[in-house]
Design a binder for this molecule. Structure first.
Ligand SMILES: [Zn+2]
Length: 94
């Protein structure tokens, strides 16, 4: 079992997203990726962090917002959808 590289949700076989040809996409869950496209192409990393923090707090009433946000901000930015390679070309120009 893997996890979604967009929202971080653990995904089992049935939850995989789908490619354009209908084959399963192992990187993303069906909620995030369907028929070769992101279901919410315009969502930002920040919006995803806020959404996931709220979901975590809903599931764990004892979890404080700072704790939930701490977990999501430490985790989500490293996922494939959000991770950005350092831009060395720009660094050279500085
Ligand atoms: Zn997802």
């Amino acid at each position: 079992m893997g996890f979604c590289n967009s929202c971080g949700k653990p995904i089992g076989k049935k939850d995989y997203g789908t490619n354009e040809d209908g084959s399963p996409n192992m990187d993303y869950c069906i909620e995030c990726f369907e028929n070769g496209e992101f279901t919410e192409p315009d969502i930002t990393l920040n919006e995803m962090i806020v959404r996931k923090s709220k979901e975590m707090m809903a599931k764990n009433p004892n979890l404080r917002e700072t704790e939930a946000t701490g977990i999501t901000t430490g985790f989500l930015p490293n996922l494939k959808r959000w991770y950005k390679e350092p831009d060395y070309e720009n660094e050279d120009l500085m």
